[in-house]
Ligand binder design. Structure first.
Ligand code: ZN
Length: 183
């Protein structure tokens, strides 16, 4: 889901009547995250604890927590199938299991440079009514009431992209009505 040193995750915790954000460090593979290198910042992004620098997407995480106060977990991946769909210009269909998401395809936001405040604003504005977004030519972002919910959603996005890809290869046509969410 997060090849190389890509991807970042964060969670919000209340401590001494304040919200702190725990976020993965910049330049470290997610498989090497431990209690010492997780970075603790306040809601403005000031570093409180941890070795190293916070993820370069810190602003994106902070802006989302500002817009969606009930959210406590954020997962950003460069998972290959979902990201591949975005690079190709194809949409990922909304398959069975996405719950609250109503659009036939997962929403995608325009490209903005990774780590930029521009990306942070575009993403946080677009997540006001969504739980998951595709970042054009970049990756996936998923949010949840806790970290586990966000992680499961990010995993489900990748699984949906993979299923859709296989279905297209085998049927030689876009996966649409036969696998779309029915309600
Ligand atoms: Zn990224």
């Amino acid at each position: 889901m997060t090849p190389g040193k890509s991807g970042n995750i964060s969670t919000k915790i209340s401590y001494k009547n304040r919200n702190n954000i725990l976020i993965t460090p910049s330049g470290v593979s997610l498989k090497h995250i431990n209690l010492k290198n997780v970075i603790v910042v306040d809601e403005e992004g000031n570093k409180l604890e941890g070795h190293g620098k916070p993820s370069s997407e810190l602003f994106m995480h902070l802006e989302i927590y500002k817009k969606r106060v009930e959210v406590n977990g954020i997962v950003h991946t460069h998972s290959p199938y979902a990201t591949g769909f975005s690079f190709s210009g194809e949409k990922i269909p909304h398959l069975e299991g996405f719950g609250k998401i109503k659009n036939p395809n997962l929403n995608e936001v325009d490209y903005a440079p990774p780590g930029s405040m521009e990306l942070a604003k575009i993403v946080s504005n677009s997540l006001e009514k969504e739980e998951v977004l595709i970042l054009k030519n970049h990756g996936v972002i998923a949010i949840g009431i806790d970290l586990d919910e966000a992680a499961i959603l990010a995993e489900f996005v990748e699984s949906s992209a993979k299923t859709s890809f296989v279905a297209r290869i085998l049927s030689r046509e876009p996966i649409l009505t036969h696998l779309m969410h029915s309600r």
